[in-house]
Structure formats: structure tokens, C-alpha cells
Design a protein around this ligand. Sequence first.
Ligand code: NDP
Length: 249
Amino acid sequence: MMQLKEQVAIVTGASRGIGRAIALALAGEGATVVACARDVAKLNELAEEARRVELPGKIIATPLDVTQRTAIDGVVEQAAENHQRIDILINNAGITRDGLMMSMKDEEFEQVITANLTSSFWLTRAVSRHMVRARYGRIINIASVAGVMGNPGQANYSASKAGMIGLTKSVAKELGKRKITCNAVAPGFISTDMTEILSAELKENAKKIIPLARFGEAEEVAQVVLFLAGPGSSYITGQVILVDGGMHM
Ligand code: NDP
């Protein structure tokens, strides 16, 4: 079963962590994946891995800094020209610049909003032009449980992720008539570079408030994204799916 045969997906932040797992999952179902990030060496490794394990789809290493709007427009136009379609957009690239709100610098706030939220708007706007023409599309925004609950030390990050949820719902309402769905996935604690830097104490305390009592794996997020990107989710839009081991319920 190749659910995504002949479909084209753009995945941001595909060089590692959750984005990498999403790219592999989509290519595993036959999609051609335009895999974007700044670290070209890691993207090339990913594309090579897809070939080595003979995934039915293809991964195309595509350098992109999502904080550069003109670069985003260029990548989207190139993808549309090369493949004549863009079916799926996964806004996954994200950063943290943690610190208490009262001492947070303007640039720490702005950098996170630009990399996480504004980039998602830019990509969605650019890609939706092609989806509207095709009368089909699946847009999936990787938000965070922090965007739903808030988190001390993450005013910038939580605001960016709550913004992505608002963006998701508005886009779902604007584009639903054109058969384009837009949903958000909100992970809790997932084992990647982003959480690797947390202190051992914080990690232990986090596990105490997670009913499943462990961190999630990137592949567990990717499976939910795969479902939302595929035919099984055709009547789901504007939703926020928490993948957090039950932390928020
Ligand atoms: P990682 O830090 O492991 O990976 C982040 C990815 O984003 C990398 O591929 C990085 O690529 C890319 N990225 C960062 N900045 C840019 C940029 N300016 N332009 C292009 N790509 C960029 O994070 P995760 O895999 O853990 O996180 C993925 C998403 O999931 C993020 O949006 C994050 O907020 C969200 N999330 C993660 C959680 C977790 O516990 N891990 C929990 C909740 C949400 P490169 O450096 O090569 O550019």
C-alpha cells in the first residue's frame, strides 16, 4: 500500500529529529519529499538513507533557511516547477531560546517568532496558491503542547506555537471549500536534540507528569503526521492533535 504515491511533500526542518522522521515516513508511503533545512550535509545523508533502504518514494535535499522569505518563495516555486504539484506541506522547522519572560531580550522573542510562526505563514501562503489551483492539499503544522498549556521560561516559544494553532484554524476555515485541510500536531516531550539539552532533573520531573511515563520518539509523531497527510484524514481539519503521552488532557 503506497498511500502517497505520486504525491509531493515539502517538509521543513528535515535534517534531524521529528522532521527527519516525517520525511522518511512520507517517502515510505511513496511521496517525493522536498526535505528542507540549513544543514545540507545532514539532508544529503537523509536522501542517501532513503535510497539505501530503497524507500518507494524519494527525498530531495533542499537547502533552506526558513527565516528568509524570498528563499521560501524560491524553494516553493522550484518544487512546483520541477514536480508540477505540491500536495503536502509540513511546517516543522523550529527553535527555542528559553529564558524567563522578565529578562527575555527582544531578539530572543523575535527570533523564535520568525523561525517558528512567521516562516509557517510564509510557507503556507506560498504553497496554498498551488493547492488552491489543484483543489487539494494537506497542511500540517508542528506546534507544541507548550502552545496549548504555556510553559515557564518559554514565553517566546509558547507564543509562537499558540500562534501556529491560530494560523491552523484560520487556514482550515479559509481553504476548506477548496478541499485543503490544515491541522496541527502538538507534541509533548520527544527525544531529539531539542530536549537532549534539558537538565537531567527537568527530564525526570517531566516524566512524573506524563501518564505514559516516558518521552516520545520522533517516529511516534511522524505516524500521526502521516495519518493527517494521507487519505484516512479527509474529514479532519482545523484540529490540534496532541502527541504527548497524555500530559495534557
Ligand atoms: P530539532 O532541534 O531536533 O530539529 C529542529 C529542525 O529545525 C532541524 O532540522 C533544523 O535544521 C530545523 N531548523 C531550525 N531553524 C531553521 C531555519 N532557520 N531554517 C530551516 N530549518 C531550521 O527539533 P525537533 O525535531 O525536536 O523539533 C521539530 C519541531 O517539533 C519543532 O517545531 C519543535 O518546536 C517541535 N516540537 C518538539 C518537541 C520536542 O520535545 N522535541 C516538543 C514539541 C514540539 P537545521 O539546523 O539543519 O537548519
